[in-house]
Design a protein around this ligand. Structure first.
Ligand SMILES: Nc1ncnc2c1ncn2[C@@H]1O[C@@H]2COP(=O)(O)O[C@H]2[C@H]1O
Length: 137
């Protein structure tokens, strides 16, 4: 069993598709072990995406992530990291396979509906960033 972190980004929360996205996870063998809605501060977003701080899109990414509330979740299941990434589709929704979350709900590479951990190691770091152990069941 693996755990991974999912963020439903401000564009998808604003569109009212939180339930539809959580249903994609639950219908495909990923259990929601924790979930909460929150408004990220600029420091939260900068720290969470620190790995991208030298990239040209960093400022836009941070501004987008603080533009409205997000829903963060811990997803659990067999191969949860890879399964979540398959369900999300490519980072750029224009390149995302039909039927994936980003193909169905995302606008563009910045407003791309969801984030998911890219490795088991990062999943642990990202889960700890948002959740205390007692919040995960
Ligand atoms: N050229 C780019 N390459 C990768 N990510 C990008 C790029 N431009 C914007 N981003 C955003 O940066 C985010 C970093 O990780 P995410 O999986 O949340 O999704 C990514 C995109 O929304």
């Amino acid at each position: 069993m693996e755990q991974t972190l999912s963020i439903i980004k401000p564009d998808a929360v604003a569109k009212g598709v939180v339930g539809k996205i959580l249903d994609r996870f639950e219908s495909n063998g990923l259990r929601v072990a924790a979930t909460k809605m929150l408004q990220l501060s600029r420091k939260d977003a900068q720290d969470f995406y620190a790995v991208h701080k030298e990239r040209p899109f960093f400022t836009d990414l941070v501004e987008f992530m603080v533009s409205g509330p997000v829903v963060v979740s811990v997803l659990e299941g067999e191969n949860a990291v890879a399964k979540n990434r398959d369900l999300m589709g490519a980072t750029n929704p224009q390149e995302a396979a039909a039927g994936t979350i980003r193909a169905d709900f995302a606008e563009n590479i910045d407003a791309n509906a969801v984030h998911g951990s890219d490795s088991l190691e990062n999943a642990e770091i990202e889960i700890r960033f948002f959740f205390a152990q007692r919040e995960i069941s």
